[in-house]
Design a protein around this ligand. Sequence first.
Ligand code: AMO
Length: 445
Amino acid sequence: GFMEKIDGVIRHACVSYKEFPAHVDEEVTMKGMIHRIREMTGFAFVIIRTAREVVQCVYSPDFSDYRMDEKVVEGCAVKLTGKIVKDQTREDRYEMQIHNIEVLSTPAEQMPVVINKKQLDNIPLDLNLNLRPVTLRNPKERAVFKIQEGIARGFRDFLFSQNFTEIRTPKINAQGAEGGANIFKLDYFGKQVFLAQSPQFYKQMLVPVYERVFEVGPVFRAEHHDTSRHLNEYVSMDFEMGFIDSFYDIMNMETGALKYIMELLKTQYAEELALLNVDLPVIEQIPFVKFMDAKEIITKKYKKKITDYRDFEPEEEQILGKWAKQEFGSDFLFVTHYPSEKRPFYAMDDPEDPKYTLSFDLLFRGIEITTGGQRIHDYNEQVAKMRARGMNPDDFEGYLMAHKYGMPPHGGLGLGLERITMHLLGFKNVRNASMFPRDINRVTP
Ligand code: AMO
């Protein structure tokens, strides 16, 4: 008849490398990209790149009547049939003896750089980024973002297990939440609006709705300098939780999430971790220290002269990272009670000493990856703090509705996905941890 139907039942006509051991001595079909061809005498290795593996296939006229011709080149998308056998030389590896190659598509040009070695050797970062659609095909390069997937996945899975609701908040807004000069202005049909620097307002508004919320999404910062750790668009992993007893509840939730993430990486991302030689941190407990005590450690123990008592310099964070490792064997360190004047207007001041806030940063190997803390939930207190900072509460009417009509004590945090990826993988530049980075000089590809 002329009406046919689709049933949504996924049928596997092809096998993946993981299924090879179950098909030894059988003929199977596989699809993939030709990653590399190595001509030998009388035979050739045809290395096929599949979604997550690089699979060794062997062509020889002895295996079938099929004859490989000049149309079979690196970069082709192919469908192969062949027999699965144990690898003669490498233990626990399997390979395919090729019976046929069907070319599904042919590249128009040769690769602009060598991507089929284990590593993208000697390619400057700029060239790597210019050629991203190609360089990401390199096994090591793509492993970075598989691991990044694992981090974000672990964050989400853990928070789901803790009864958080996933939210998606607008990125085009009438007001910015984080202040400062790094806000992108946008012409919106003749009106000035801003790109979200964080989902701060919205995640707070949703606490009286869902109690616990999280978002993994893009945020925008107009960083005017070319630095190794700032991007103009990055992925922020945010959560916000109500009915907290103190901001230590937030630190505890983050510690739980990080433990879960590391375990997930260990069990589900072992190939990528091995490929990139990753030294996964072991998290038992994370030490915490007050901001002013940290400053004292830096001066007394490390003899560094402090010039700014409102924030840390990058070098001071490095020192604290070293201290946490030596003193507690920890790759992570929470610093708490940051000075109020350097924290945003929504941060709750410490009732015991209002010069400081009930907030924290998390340092990972000496670099900030998270900011978080308890927020003001009382309407009058929030309005007063805004006024004291010269802000007009009328400009924040939507946000302040949350406070005006009642909200529980609450707090949350923001964790930079590229930052944590960068330090987990030991990169010196955050661009290495961004698939398609946006910086002061780059908006393509
Ligand atoms: P903050 O502005 O400190 O806090 O940002 C939180 C985390 O985001 C990451 N980050 C960046 N990553 C890459 N490029 C940048 N330009 C960049 N800027 C920040 C860092 C940082 O620790 N609303 C608060 C969070 C909260 O209190 O919930 C906020 O956005 O990893």
